[in-house]
Design a protein around this ligand. Structure first.
Ligand code: FMN
Length: 191
């Protein structure tokens, strides 16, 4: 069984919905299974995320997909605290040659989300992982935001307290990306 872990932070639920959609895509691929690993702010002690269980789960996976909302043009502090904690894995290159991917969600159409994806890809490169981009052509619905480095989602910020909703195009793009990651992980394992 090819195992794909999706590690992410989500404050108000949109990135969580993207993570679920990526997982649904992974689970559509025969022989692949997805696990959601959610990072929360209360895991942070003195600025560093304390979640060894998450690190162990990721180390046991064939592929890791990283997800964070875009906060101030980059990853959320809660997610960065986790990434910094994963430097313990970097020291032993524990994620070397695993398949990697990433996604983000923002309030504005641009919102400088590219900065978030660039950071996620840079982190994967530091871990000597194999980055998989988004291969879906922009047809106005799927990949409507035209992002190929990873998947972008967007919804206007809603302060009403209503439950988070995902754009249907972003949902489908995330699912297709999950499929692509799972298939890439299977091919990479065979090689
Ligand atoms: C601290 C903070 C910073 C934010 N910075 C940006 C930003 O740079 N660009 C943007 O488009 N939206 C920004 N937003 C809006 C979030 O990206 C948006 O609400 C996103 O959907 C949150 O994802 P979540 O529901 O998974 O928490 C910011 C929100 C917060 C709370």
């Amino acid at each position: 069984m090819t195992k794909v872990s999706i590690v992410y932070f989500s404050g108000t639920g949109h990135t969580h919905l993207m993570a679920e959609a990526v997982a649904a895509g992974v689970n559509r691929v025969e022989g692949a299974t997805a696990e959601l690993v959610r990072i929360t702010g209360d895991q942070i002690v003195e600025g560093r995320c304390q979640n060894q269980e998450a690190l162990d789960k990721l180390s046991a996976s064939d592929a890791i997909v990283f997800g964070s909302p875009t906060y101030m043009g980059g990853v959320a502090a809660q997610f960065k605290a986790f990434i910094d904690a994963a430097s313990s894995v970097w020291f032993v290159q524990g994620w070397k040659d695993k398949i990697a991917g990433g996604f983000t969600h923002s309030g504005s159409y641009s919102g400088d989300k590219q900065g978030t994806l660039l950071y996620l890809a840079t982190n994967a490169a530091q871990h000597s992982m194999i980055w998989i981009g988004n291969a879906e052509p922009n047809d106005g619905t799927v990949n409507r935001l035209g992002s190929y480095l990873g998947v972008m989602g967007q919804s206007a910020v809603d302060m009403s307290g209503a439950p988070a909703m995902l754009d249907t195009g972003d949902q489908k793009t995330s699912e297709l990306y999950g499929e692509r990651i799972a298939i890439a992980a299977q091919r990479w394992k065979k090689a």
